[in-house]
Design a protein around this ligand. Structure first.
Ligand code: NAD
Length: 332
């Protein structure tokens, strides 16, 4: 069987090749650095399985193109599946399998790192001390201890982020459509979404991107937040209306923002654009604020996560090989 991997960087190729060897998978693995788009789909000609990542596109047109060149299954190297048209995949009888969890610790820890960096300004201190500037003006933070942290979405990652914040001595409140017993056991208290929005000093987003959560953070919700609130998004860019975010930053309603994800990240993140003129003015505007930090969808990026992604991908390949059962199938 031939298998095509899209958006494959050197670290993906290395981890997949190593795991295939370890697991005794002897299929032909083809790695393409290109993102999957309508224009690149034909690279998968002759491949039965296509393996994609967060910024690949598997919409109706791309799925039909893949099917026409012989692709019969879609494997995701990630948990989120918002880039796949599940209705069309079903119509084409292409199972879609994902990696439901690879390291919730990686993402929760990155969110905690962003929170600490925004607060204590490590990025600015790093630059200053490299030039022997030891002036502390502008580096003033606050005690995280005793602050109210609000979490939206207490699944695997949100619950762990809450646990970390409880460890800091925070009052952790959360909103989710379901209560997670593990989150409750960590001391996280469930409240309404409105209360998370209005009572939190720090808000961290950990719910998936659905039509119901699209632009959850907008002019209206920002207006109800505490003045000077810290906002962290390691989930999906589409949860935030970036124009409203910029308005909130400009009028001081939002005190600081850390983004690991951005609504228009597709085609920007995971590639080197240094030396280019960036066309997206909303994106570039974010970099003019000293109280904004952007990381390029790297929250997941730990050794453990890459190994777990590769292991589950090999398990998913085996499941396709044996026509099921598909334990990691994405169902609508
Ligand atoms: P999960 O499925 O374990 O948890 C998601 C939680 O969100 C669930 O508890 C669910 O009930 C809740 N939820 C659903 N709809 C909601 C709503 N309308 N309001 C509030 N909560 C709602 O997922 P996870 O593994 O914890 O991942 C969380 C998010 O993090 C996902 O969007 C995922 O795509 C993203 N993620 C980002 C990275 C990264 O590198 N930045 C890596 C992995 C996952």
């Amino acid at each position: 069987m031939k298998i095509a991997f899209f958006s494959a960087h050197a670290y993906d190729t290395e981890s997949m090749d190593a795991m295939a060897k370890q697991e005794g998978i002897e299929h032909e693995l083809h790695f393409f650095a290109h993102r999957l788009t309508l224009g690149t789909a034909q690279l998968a000609t002759g491949c039965e399985i296509v393996v994609i990542f967060v910024n690949d596109t598997a919409n109706a047109a791309v799925l039909r193109k893949l099917h026409s060149v012989g692709v019969r299954s879609i494997l995701l190297r990630c948990a989120g599946f918002d880039m796949v048209d599940l209705d069309v995949a079903k119509e084409l009888e292409m199972p879609v399998l994902r990696v439901p969890a690879y390291s919730p610790y990686a993402v929760a820890e990155h969110a905690a790192g962003l929170m600490m960096t925004l607060n204590r300004k490590y990025h600015r201190a790093y630059n200053r001390t490299r030039e022997f500037n030891f002036n502390l003006q502008g580096l003033l933070g606050f005690d995280i201890h005793g602050k109210t942290v609000g979490i939206v979405g207490t699944g695997k990652i949100g619950a762990l982020f809450g646990k970390i914040c409880v460890g800091f001595g925070c009052n952790v409140i959360a909103y989710d459509v379901f209560q997670n017993a593990e989150a409750l056991s960590y001391g996280i208290k469930y409240v309404s979404l409105e209360e998370v929005i209005s009572q939190s000093d720090i808000i961290s987003l950990h719910c998936p991107l659905f039509p119901t959560t699209h632009h959850l953070i907008n002019n209206d919700s920002i207006g109800k937040m505490k003045k000077g609130v810290m906002l962290i998004n390691t989930s999906r860019g589409g949860l935030i209306n970036t124009k409203a975010l910029i308005r909130g930053l400009k009028n001081g309603q939002i005190g600081s923002v850390a983004l690991d994800v951005f609504e228009g990240e597709n085609g920007i993140f995971y590639e080197d654009h240094s030396g280019e003129i960036m066309a997206d003015e909303t994106f570039t505007k974010l970099f003019t604020f000293p109280n904004v930090i952007v990381t390029g969808h790297q929250a997941y990026f730990t050794q453990e996560a890459l190994a777990n992604i590769a292991k589950t991908t090999m398990d998913n390949i085996r499941a396709i090989e044996s026509n099921g059962p598909y334990v990691n199938e994405v169902k609508k």
